[in-house]
Design a protein around this ligand. Structure first.
Ligand SMILES: *[C@@H]1O[C@H](CO)[C@@H](O)[C@H](O)[C@H]1NC(C)=O
Ligand SMILES: *[C@@H]1O[C@H](CO)[C@@H](O)[C@H](O)[C@H]1NC(C)=O
Length: 493
């Protein structure tokens, strides 16, 4: 399970288990979402927003992923790009991808051209989350599918609208893990937006009564479907249901600290702890969300996320869902009201060090061509100053990771006899690193020989040939031969 999804799920889980902060479990909140007065949309041409200095700011606020082409009317390469650019916009719109394409007439908008240091045409810049000062230079392909793919990679796959059972079946068959939002209420894009930002994962979204019925749902719910072997849940799918109240309320609360009490609800001794836990909650209202997790009730994902086993209950964990830092009380600490209060205060006051997940180092970690890294041996291997280390950070459920696995094995075979090259992999869902967080999968990083803890992100194609070129070339891809196709290097001014 990804490190970013869980907080979102927890946030949702949390709502069903919180006390004293809104209505009790299950009671949907009936407040209508606030309506903002609609602002006027800038004009579009062939699906591409046409922006100027008055409208750019608004477009940045409205589109968290915005690709802007600065063009000049007289520029031939711009004209060649135009149909491809429109086609890319159409492709993305058809998938309801959350990326938007826009263009700015550079010569007509000298302030913008100056602000974004545009000196040649076309220049394309990618703006993320409305950040106007640090756009990413677009260096991707200049044809429709390439542009669309470049953007898809940045925004993650979008929620598919599921209209009927056939749609649902197709989506669930295609992936191992799918999160579907069943929402009668349309005010839920926030959840999917948040989760999608963080994940290379497939989302579905539906408001169709027939699908509610099909999955036995009577109210808005987020369901995580996970394929399991034959004999699992319904149709070989494991379902994790997350009751959802209107998201506007959840996100308005914005309580970033969650305290979780893990208990086994079937045990009297565990249930008795609830009184103390409840008693400790009120002073932290608005600051810490108190959540109870039943270790017996399909909450394996939550346990896994915290690196916990069911037998360790009763126990507490604290998480800040923004930093994803996790905190544990001392081993054997009791769960009385006083102990809960002390633990919360200590975490909030900075008196507890966060813990990081790590698997144990497997005894045969360096026996196969692809070395197995975990949290505990990562630093020592990756930052070994005498070795070039190339690491695949993966998630067990990630389809792209599985696709590239054979190429990674071949690569390791190929470089097996190179003393100074190590090809390795690390399950980033079970091992957290102090050096950097891993947010998308697969992430490929290269740690070259020498001091200084250098880390180079690999952005090339995921095949043996390109990997090898990258390694042979000392950690960068050789410059491509220039090709004369429309939209190739921008050379016109
Ligand atoms: C824009 O991004 C940069 C670099 O990530 C960051 O330092 C800056 O604070 C961001 N600005 C805003 C307004 O978010
Ligand atoms: C909860 O406790 C019961 C009774 O001891 C036990 O049978 C069950 O396995 C426990 N559940 C989990 C998930 O450990």
């Amino acid at each position: 399970m990804d490190g970013q999804l869980l907080p979102v799920l927890l946030l949702l889980l949390g709502v069903s288990g919180l006390w004293g902060q809104g209505p009790g479990p299950g009671g949907p909140l009936e407040e209508p979402p606030e309506e903002k007065p609609p602002e006027e949309e800038p004009p579009e041409e062939d699906g591409v927003l046409v922006l100027n200095r008055q409208t750019l700011g608004q477009a940045l606020r409205e589109h968290p992923a915005l690709l802007v082409e600065f063009y000049a009317p007289w520029c031939g390469h711009c004209r060649a790009l135009a149909p491809e650019y429109s086609k890319a916009a159409a492709l993305l719109a058809a998938e309801s991808a959350r990326a938007m394409l826009a263009k700015v007439d550079g010569p007509a908008e000298p302030e913008l051209a100056e602000e974004f240091a545009v000196t040649e045409y076309p220049t394309l810049k990618f703006f993320r989350d409305g950040n106007r000062t640090h756009p990413e230079e677009y260096t991707g392909p200049r044809e429709a599918e390439g542009i669309a793919e470049w953007l898809r990679r940045r925004v993650g796959p979008s929620a598919r609208q599921l209209e009927d059972e056939e749609d649902a079946r197709a989506l669930l068959d295609a992936r191992d893990v799918v999160v579907v939002g069943f929402f009668q209420d349309r005010d839920v894009a926030t959840f999917l937006g948040l989760a999608q930002d963080a994940l290379d994962m497939t989302f579905g979204l539906t408001d169709r009564p027939q699908l509610f019925q099909k999955f036995g749902l009577t109210k808005d719910t987020v369901v995580l479907f996970k394929k399991v072997g034959a004999g699992g849940g319904r149709g070989g799918l494991h379902e994790l249901h997350l009751p959802l109240q209107t998201s506007s309320k959840i996100f308005a609360a914005r309580i970033l600290n969650h305290l979780l009490l893990f208990i086994n609800q079937t045990l009297d001794a565990h249930r008795e702890l609830l009184a103390g836990f409840r008693e400790a909650a009120p002073p932290f209202r608005g600051q810490v969300l108190f959540v109870v997790v039943d270790v017996g009730a399909d909450n394996d994902h939550v346990l896994q996320y915290f690196g916990l086993k069911a037998q360790e209950a009763p126990t507490l964990r604290f998480i800040n869902i923004e930093t994803t830092k996790k905190y544990a009380p001392e081993r054997g600490a009791s769960v009385t009201a006083a102990a809960v209060t002390d633990f919360c205060r200590a975490v909030l006051g900075g008196g507890v060090k966060p813990y990081r997940l790590s698997q144990e180092v497997p005894p045969d970690w360096d026996q196969r061509p692809v070395k197995t890294l975990v949290g505990k041996n990562f630093e020592q291997v990756a930052f070994d100053e005498t070795k070039n280390v190339f690491i695949k950070f993966y998630a067990p459920w990630c389809a792209h990771c599985k696709e590239m696995a054979p190429a990674w094995e071949e690569l390791a075979e190929t470089y097996r006899d190179h003393e100074d090259i190590i090809i390795a992999e690390l399950d980033a869902t079970a091992n957290e690193l102090e050096a950097f967080p891993v947010h998308s999968f697969p992430a490929l990083k290269y740690f070259p020989v020498g001091p200084g803890r250098k880390v180079i992100d690999y952005k090339g194609a995921r095949d043996l040939e390109t990997f090898s070129k990258f390694l042979d070339n000392g950690g960068e891809l050789p410059a491509e031969e220039p090709v004369e196709v429309p939209g190739a290097p921008r050379d016109e001014l």
